[in-house]
Design a protein around this ligand. Sequence first.
Ligand code: NAP
Ligand code: G4F
Length: 350
Amino acid sequence: MTQAKKAFITGITGQDGSYLAELLLGKGYEVHGLIRRASTFNTARIDHLYVDSHNPDARLFLHYGDLSDGARMVTLLSEIRPDEVYNLAAQSHVRVSFDEPEHTGDTTGVGAMRLLEAVRLTGLHCRYYQASSSEMFGATPPPQNEETPFYPRSPYGAAKVYAYWVTKNYREAYGMFAVNGILFNHESPRRGETFVTRKITRAVARIKAGRQSELYMGNLDAIRDWGYAAEYAEGMWRMLQADAPDDFVLATGIGITVRDFLEASFSHAGLDWQKYVKFDPRYLRPTEVDALIGDASKAEEKLGWKATVAPDELARIMVDCDIEALEHGDGYIDQPRLSGWPLHSELRRG
Ligand code: NAP
Ligand code: G4F
């Protein structure tokens, strides 16, 4: 019998980590995830995947650790000996990175180097995925692809540029199979509540239910290329299955404004956004990224990956799920709605 492949995911409790864990378990992997110790549980996005480790069927294992602790990365990698490492952990909020620049640089930037160095020190021949970001392009106008110069506009963007280059450097210096997935904004019903799309769709559900009457927002003119996160997890995995390590953009190629996303979300619930949305300058950034629209033709050509959910359809999916979540209360987890990808129904809630 061939042994199951082992994957190690940092950031497994986040939006992308939960979809990636689902995908890999569905493909028969043994999945190991890094979680931070907290005084309350922070595993809501992966609870539906968890089987007690005493059960012989358990294939998801969680380990305490933090990207700020390089020694822990070494001990964990030596114990687990994964075939694939996905570095998704980061302080991932751009606005927050202006408030916590040092912490963001330490986890989002130097954290990647700690993990790469741990791979090197343990001598593992594993494949490494770095969660790079379209935020690295910053002020460089769209469309952006793998050749577009970086011009980060936030401490977060600058930290991701460092992580991108250190990943490339470990590939060139030590011959590691280390890749950068340069992902444009991708969202889902599991998106953190303070990112703009989820803030909007959650507000729509609450306004519809009479639980909220106003929504305070910042810059409505920013353009983003919002795709569906579950599809992007498939793209990450495909990058690590390629014959040679390379860097890839994943995006839908469609850019819409925050205002357009408001319109799509509120109108789907039969509401007029202009009646509820108010301006609050606290949500502006000292430097803004005006427009991100990706060109993912390299991923389509070399990986056979193409986004199938457009931003307006995504808004409708998220509004429907937020309305459903309000009705379900605690413990609700969305069902990935993938038209073109293999489904893993055995992992879903019945
Ligand atoms: P997310 O929901 O904010 O999840 C971030 C994850 O990182 C969480 O599991 C968090 O753990 C963990 N984490 C944060 N700091 C850590 C630390 N010091 N040590 C260990 N774990 C830590 O982010 P996401 O949307 O899933 O994004 C995944 C990755 O892709 C991130 O690196 C993000 O920057 C990058 N990215 C995201 C997008 C996007 O549009 N979603 C686009 C491009 C790139 P807790 O649960 O304990 O907080
Ligand atoms: O949803 P956002 O906070 O996402 P942002 O800044 O684009 O960053 C996300 O995507 C990056 C990829 O490009 C990731 F790397 C990063 O980790 C993160 O996932 O803001 C989107 C836009 C911005 O222009 C922001 O100024 O929405 C604008 N916005 C307007 N009002 C708001 C608000 N953003 C937030 N979070 N909250 C508001 O009230």
